[in-house]
Design a protein around this ligand. Structure first.
Ligand code: ATP
Ligand code: LTN
Length: 335
């Protein structure tokens, strides 16, 4: 990364908690590829965050490799960027400890994700779930990232990261860059196909609510056909037509057509035709990525080569920063 040091650094992570949805794809990961020319990008499969909610170990390992291959298939180019696995790079846990000693109990108690997830899993309100945002701050600050692409749901965590960085800088002298949230120009929020006022989420228990990006064409079309709409029969973007608005957003995101063009295309046609067209367009859009994914996931040796190289780059880069942090807080040099 050295020759490009003048470019701003982007850091983002995604949890390997299941197959990505069309929401994750349109709202987040599809935007990661195009950022690579303008920025130095560091992307990460955050498996350590995933275990804040109970995971089946066999599944977690599979999901992590799947997430890694999917991110490559979605356009992350290792000639330009780093894509590594969080648990392979020890500096994240190391920095997380230091930062946790600079984070207040009260601050963490106010995090809405903690409150939501403790309600969702009342039998497992573990300390890791509570300190989740500190590990996320460590992810970002270990690279002194300038920009962090996140959805609205993660903004509060990013604000906490800035507060922690600022407090550290006041205590120990200016050191950390205060990272800014980066909201991509096309940042559509994709809603559930079954309850279009709620966001599409991979942890939804209703399989018809979300399109997974590895779903086959028939499944995608079936889910679109079952999507909840309204009692009108006009394909039109309007308040109160949440289901149709969501399908129009999806169709627009995968075809590049604007809403006016979509309304013209389906004038005089019913919802059935429109839903079929949405399903076909999504399936056609995802097919090349799915084909690349199938090749990548079948080649575990290649994947290993990829993450081993990226893990080493991430460790080298973040070690320099964490070593300076150790010195700043007063730890004796190890060598
Ligand atoms: P979970 O259901 O396990 O909470 P999730 O599907 O909500 O997961 P995350 O792993 O929390 O997804 O988020 C990964 C990224 O995808 C984040 O940047 C988030 O903002 C984005 N994202 C998630 N769901 C949507 C959606 N429906 N529309 C647009 N972006 C989304
Ligand atoms: N909390 C994020 C995942 C995440 C992340 C990060 C995002 C972990 N570490 C660092 C950006 C930067 C989520 O659930 N989407």
């Amino acid at each position: 990364m050295a020759e490009q040091e003048t470019k701003k650094l982007i850091f983002s992570g995604i949890q390997p908690t299941g197959t990505f949805t069309l929401g994750n794809y349109i709202g987040a990961i599809r935007n990661w590829g195009p950022l690579q020319d303008e920025y130095r990008c560091v992307y990460c499969v955050v498996d350590m965050h995933a275990i804040t909610v109970r995971q089946d170990p066999v599944k977690l390992r599979q999901n992590s490799l799947q997430a890694y291959a999917l991110l490559l298939a979605c356009g992350i180019d290792l000639e330009k960027s780093i894509l590594f696995i969080q648990s392979h790079v020890r500096t994240h846990a190391e920095l997380s400890w230091i930062l946790s000693c600079n984070t207040q109990f009260g601050e963490l108690s106010r995090m809405t994700q903690f409150k939501d997830k403790s309600q969702k899993h009342p039998d497992d309100v573990n300390a890791g779930l509570f300190t989740y945002p500190v590990l996320m701050a460590a992810d970002i600050l270990a690279y002194n990232a300038d920009l962090v692409p996140v959805g609205v749901d993660q903004k509060q965590h990013l604000e906490l990261t800035r507060d922690i960085a600022q407090r550290f800088n006041q205590r120990y002298g200016e050191f950390f860059t205060l990272p800014e949230p980066y909201i991509p120009p096309v940042g559509a929020k994709i809603m559930s196909l079954q309850e279009p006022t709620k966001k599409m989420s991979k942890s939804d228990t209703n399989p018809n609510a979300c399109i997974l990006i590895l779903d086959d064409k028939d499944t995608i079309i079936r889910k679109c056909k079952r999507a909840v709409t309204d009692s009108e029969a006009e394909v039109r973007y309007a308040e109160g037509k949440d289901g149709i608005n969501n399908l129009m957003t999806i169709y627009s995101s995968v075809t590049g057509k604007d809403f006016a063009a979509i309304e013209r295309e389906f004038e005089g046609k019913g919802y059935g035709d429109f839903k079929l067209a949405v399903g076909e367009a999504v399936a056609d859009h995802l097919r090349p990525m799915q084909e690349t994914y199938a090749k990548l996931i079948a080649d575990k040796a290649y994947l290993k080569e990829c993450y081993t190289a990226s893990d080493a780059k991430a460790l080298a880069y973040s070690s320099r920063i964490v070593r300076k942090v150790y010195r700043k807080v007063g730890f004796v040099d190890a060598n």
